[in-house]
Design a protein around this ligand. Sequence first.
Ligand code: TPP
Ligand code: MG
Length: 267
Amino acid sequence: MKNDYLKEKARKVRIEAIDMIYTAGSGHPGGSLGVADLLTYLYYNVLKTNASKPSWNGRDRFILSNGHVCPALYAVLAEKGFFKKDRLKTLRKMNGLQGHPERGSLPGIETSAGPLGLGLGISCGMALKAKMDGEKHHIYCMMSDGEQDEGVTWEAAMFAAKNKLDNLTAIIDRNKIQLSGPTEKIMPLENLKEKYEAFNWNVIEIKGHDFNEMKKIKTRKKGKPTLIIANTIPGKGVSFMEGKFEWHGKAPNKSERDQAIKELNKQ
Ligand SMILES: Cc1ncc(C[n+]2csc(CCOP(=O)(O)OP(=O)(O)O)c2C)c(N)n1
Ligand SMILES: [Mg+2]
């Protein structure tokens, strides 16, 4: 898909995410807005999926490890036709969409998530299984930078390199914030690229809102897992949320919701 088409889809995803979180009265707008461009690009230009056969075995797997940004994933899946858009407004309601993804609860959700740090290990298992069975699909795992504070992430990183999982691509939402402050203040992560390279990964850094740079997500290196460090802006698209860790996990009130949607409608 062309950049203008993707831009429009991502704009709709942001509007849906804001409205869902406002309607729910709780949720995570910062990360959701920050990953909207990446998720749109992945679902429209990278992943092999089939909305009418969501469990088709030849599909690429997308694992959202930082499950709290699921409003953006739900909005992309609805946009792609995995389920009807009217379900989006049931976020965090009884019998509605889960506040963190739950496998089996919604077409297109590959794994449950919420406890941070588990997605890369789950993805390694899927990638190893695919290799053992000679299956050709690719495994994509999105993680957050906050998840790099979890020891289990690095255990999975070692496992992926040891097993030469070149059918695995991880993407880090490098938005430089976590729940209560900037990542570099809470637990410095740099130099993240060199760390993963030392773990024997193929590492590529991109601008996380630039669809041209996202073409690099398809880069592969024989015998190595690939990591895309996507530099993003939390709250991207809503002026008063951009770059602010305070919007990690807070729902907008009515006037903030209206202002956010007014800004997004102009983009
Ligand atoms: C194992 C675990 N510890 C703590 C939490 C609580 N928690 C939820 S989100 C979050 C912040 C993580 O940082 P990041 O994912 O980078 O946040 P974002 O950039 O999306 O704001 C924390 C500590 C959790 N969900 N799981
Ligand atoms: Mg973060």
